[in-house]
Design a protein around this ligand. Structure first.
Ligand SMILES: Nc1ncnc2c1ncn2[C@@H]1O[C@H](COP(=O)(O)OP(=O)(O)OP(=O)(O)O)[C@@H](O)[C@H]1O
Length: 342
């Protein structure tokens, strides 16, 4: 039986709330031994946990050890191959050009910044942009004797992309069944090493290729990226419907290009509108995991292959990215709790 003081301490931790820890720090994650406390988180949120503890006068007096033991989520499909990752999350958009790849790369780096082991599979056949955004264009994959691929290691991530296999100008010849077949192979034949999270940058849209991938890949959930204007939102709803049709749960919606702040005069303008994704999230009963503004600094950092969240973790934009990455992890984990109470 635990000591009454320990119980009071655990009750205090449970009462500590933030968007990411919306139920506080749960008693089952804590081990208290004198002034030492071990916190074992089941999802990637160590940065937020540290912040929350430091903000509390009682808790900051203890010696904390924070670990992440990421739980594996159930998958939509059983695959006859070893599990690629504990969580496999599709990053999708109903239409092109909403910044899906940028969001995918930033979220992956944000998850990795918490200490999680993270991979990205760039399945965007229309324009694999991962090599450019991670600054390793021109690197090529290594195959072993069984024709399996070693993922490339870049900026703390394990990554694979058609862009490391073929010249970027050739990638557009992949079409239809050939494309979905090639992408499933890319998933199956990559030797991912002990990943907590694998993010899949899906081809934009809700056509046959996307539907086949949603059906065939063993996904644990899908994140929908949209801009706030009406046409993008309509397509985002189509994306949500497509995943639901094949029993892939939606882990969240992220609104990108949500307003623009002029870097010269500070004037703010809602070029594509604002808050459209808030309504979609509300109507569809899915979590909104962020609203990222249009920012020249973000675009420049992606074009230079040096994403802000990795190169300048204290930049205000990086804080936004870290918050969304940890919210994504928390909401994915919440699916597990929901499915076990169904
Ligand atoms: N919030 C943002 N602020 C400024 N630029 C952005 C933002 N999000 C994305 N971009 C820029 O917009 C361009 C397109 O982004 P990205 O390639 O991520 O879009 P996508 O939706 O993946 O495109 P596609 O439909 O081709 O797959 C890139 O130059 C990227 O740097």
């Amino acid at each position: 039986m635990s000591h009454p003081l320990t119980n009071a301490f655990k009750a205090h931790c449970s009462a500590l709330r933030s968007d990411i820890f919306d139920q506080g720090l749960l008693p089952q994650w804590l081990q208290v031994s004198g002034p030492k406390v071990t916190l074992s988180l089941p999802f990637a949120a160590a940065i937020e946990a540290r912040r929350l503890i430091a903000s509390d006068p009682l808790l900051k007096g203890y010696q904390w050890q924070i670990e992440q033991r990421i739980e594996a989520l159930p998958r939509s499909q059983a695959l006859q191959v070893p599990a690629a990752a504990r969580n496999v999350i599709a990053v999708a958009s109903g239409k092109g050009g909403v910044g899906k790849s940028s969001v995918c790369v930033n979220l992956a780096l944000g998850l990795a910044a918490t200490g999680a082991r993270v991979g990205i599979l760039d399945a965007d056949i229309y324009g694999p942009s991962l090599p450019l955004m991670l600054g390793n264009e021109g690197e090529k994959l290594i195959f072993d004797e069984q024709r399996n691929m070693q993922p490339l290691k870049q900026k703390g991530l394990q990554v694979n992309s058609l862009g490391y296999l073929v010249d970027k100008d050739d990638a557009t010849v992949w079409r239809g069944p050939m494309a979905s077949g090639a992408l499933q192979q890319l998933y199956n034949d990559t030797l991912w090493q002990d990943l907590d999270y694998l993010l899949i940058d899906m081809p934009p849209g809700t056509g046959d290729i996307q539907l086949t991938l949603a059906q065939k890949l063993p996904l644990t959930g899908a994140l929908i990226v949209t801009t706030p204007q009406t046409v993008a939102l309509r397509d985002a709803q189509k994306g949500i419907a497509m995943f639901r049709k094949v029993n892939v749960p939606i882990v969240g919606v992220l609104e990108n290009m949500s307003g623009f702040m002029c870097s010269n005069c500070g004037h703010e303008d809602d070029i594509f509108g604002r808050d459209g994704a808030v309504d979609v999230a509300d109507k569809q009963a899915v979590p909104l995991i962020g609203q990222w503004p249009l920012a020249t600094a973000l675009r420049e950092s992606m074009d230079a292959g040096e994403p802000l969240v990795h190169a300048q973790p204290d930049h205000p934009y990086s804080k936004l990215v870290l918050e969304s990455a940890q919210l994504l992890a928390m909401n994915a984990w919440a699916l597990l709790t929901e499915s076990s109470t169904d």
